[in-house]
Each structure stands twice: as C-alpha cells, then as structure tokens.
Design a protein around this ligand. Structure first.
Ligand code: MN3
Ligand code: FE
Length: 295
C-alpha cells in the first residue's frame, strides 16, 4: 500500500503566500454570490419590448454561454483529479471553488432563460464550429487526463480550457453582451450576473496561467506545446465569430471590433505566458494576481 504524508500537520503547513492559496482566499470572498439573488424583473420587461431579431441575437449569446458553462462544469474534474493526485494541496483547495463557480454560472444562465420563458431547444444556435470546440475538442482534451498524466497532456488541456475557452471565447462573449445591451441600458439583471461571473472567470484564467507558467518553468519545451495548441485553435475562434455574424446587427454591434477583440485576447494570453520562460519556479509561485492579467 502506498504511504502518504499529511501536509498540514507537518512543518510545511499550508503554503499561504503562494498564488493558488491567495486565489482560494479571493474566491471565498468574491465567488459566493448567488444567482438566485439577482433581480430579473426589468429584464423580463425589456425582453417583451425586443424585436424578433434582437431576441435571436441575445438568445444566440445566452445559448452559447449556457452550453459553455455546462461544458466547463462537466469537463473540469479530470484536471482536479490529476492535481489532487500530485499532492498539490493549495491548488486543489483553489480548484474546489473553481468547479463551484462554474456550477453557479450554469445555474445563472438557466435562471435567465426560465425568467424569459425561453424553454425551447436552443441547440439551433450552436454552430458547427461551436459544437466542434465544446463537444469534441474540450471534452477530449480534459478526458485525456484520466489516463495521460504527462506535462504535455496537462498543458494542452489547460490551453484549451483556460486560455482558449475562458481566456478568448468567454471574454469575447462578455464583450458582445456589453456591446449589445449596455449602451441601450437593457437587461440589467443579465448584465449584473455577467459582471460577477466575469470576475470569477478572471480567477480561473489566473489559475490556468499560473499552471501553464509552472509547467513551462519546470520544462521549457512546454511553451512550444502551448503555442502549437493555440495556433491550432486560432482559426476556430475566427470561424466562430464569422458564424455568429449577422448583417445589420440589431444592436449595431460592429463585427470588425469583435474580431479585433478576439485577436487581441489571443495575443495577450501568449504574451503573458512568454514571460514565464526562464523564470524560477519560486517567482511563479510568489507573483501577484495582477501580474497574471497584465500584458
Ligand atoms: Mn464560467
Ligand atoms: Fe471558468
């Protein structure tokens, strides 16, 4: 039988000044908002005043987020399991909040749809590229961790999940919601929830960035693994935007602006990771949360 050592009663204790533990502290303070507390009464009124085209545009966004939040909730466990098996206690502690938050995001969008009375099948809003990413690439990369515990498999999984799906696609989605609804002052409950979940996602992306930096610092060739994966995924982000494009956007959203935003996210993520090349492991653990967000 394998014998293990308990960490918190050893002289090691908890590594309280490391980034994963600090993210855990933050999540306990800011990640505990309840979707049930968000007032959607004005949203219901606004919805009734929307044109058919406006409803279609917002339903497309909501349905993509709804399915996306469900996917990240269902696909995270293999990563948590691997981190736990490696005995990285502070990272595992942070990840308990990560999964809890994704579950709340899944609940949030369903609450919005229920409040709006939109109970039909929404899969018509999931384009071919959307399905490829969320129903094939993401679950495959995550499930691989059940049997493949290599640094390469972990780096590819985190690149798909944290850098691409969260760092590029979700960020573009928030941008589109704000571009559509904020300037006309509509659906304040939906926007409030999006503001809260965007902050949760900031911590998720920060963890993914830390994880990849740690892997790169331990094995420099992992940077190439991440770059290759991102290059493979980039055309899908472009296609996804194109498939969601409509002529004469009912909210006057500029397609070029959205595409530029996506491309900027892609380059920012890689710039931040590039900085970890040649850095000592200790520095990676000690860095501040804001360092992970700055390009
Ligand atoms: Mn989420
Ligand atoms: Fe997330």
């Amino acid at each position: 039988m394998k014998k293990r050592t308990i960490l918190t009663t050893s002289s090691r204790g908890l590594l309280e000044d490391t980034l994963p533990f600090r993210l855990f502290q933050k999540a306990k303070r800011f990640g505990v908002w309840d979707p049930a507390d968000i007032d959607l009464s004005q949203d219901v009124k606004d919805w009734a005043s929307f044109t058919h085209e406006q409803k279609v545009a917002i339903l497309r966004l909501i349905s993509q987020f709804q399915a996306g939040e469900e996917a990240v909730t269902r696909d995270l466990l293999p990563l948590m399991m691997l981190i736990a098996k490696e005995g990285r206690l502070e990272e595992e502690m942070y990840l308990t909040t990560f999964l809890f938050e994704e579950a709340k995001h899944t609940e949030f969008f369903r609450r919005v749809l229920n409040a709006l009375g939109e109970n039909d099948d929404l899969s018509c809003y999931h384009s071919e590229t959307y399905n490829t990413i969320f129903n094939e690439i993401l679950p495959t990369a995550m499930e691989r961790l059940e049997t493949d515990h290599s640094a390469e498999a972990l780096a590819e999984a985190s690149t798909v999940y944290n850098m691409f799906v969260e760092g590029v696609l979700a960020e573009t989605g928030y941008y589109s919601f704000y571009q559509s609804l904020e300037k006309i002052g509509a659906m304040p409950g939906l926007l409030k929830g999006i503001g809260l979940l965007k902050k949760d996602e900031g911590r998720h992306i920060a963890y993914g960035t830390f994880l990849l930096q740690r892997l790169i610092s331990e094995q420099p060739h992992i940077f190439e693994v991440v770059t290759n994966k991102m290059e493979q995924l980039t055309p899908l982000a472009i296609k996804l935007n194109q498939e969601g494009m409509v002529e004469d956007s009912p909210f006057q959203v500029n397609f070029e602006d959205t595409m530029n935003f996506t491309m900027k996210q892609l380059s920012v993520r890689m710039e931040i990771l590039a900085r970890s090349k040649g850095r000592r492991l200790e520095e990676i653990y000690q860095q501040s949360e804001s360092e992970l967000e700055r390009a």
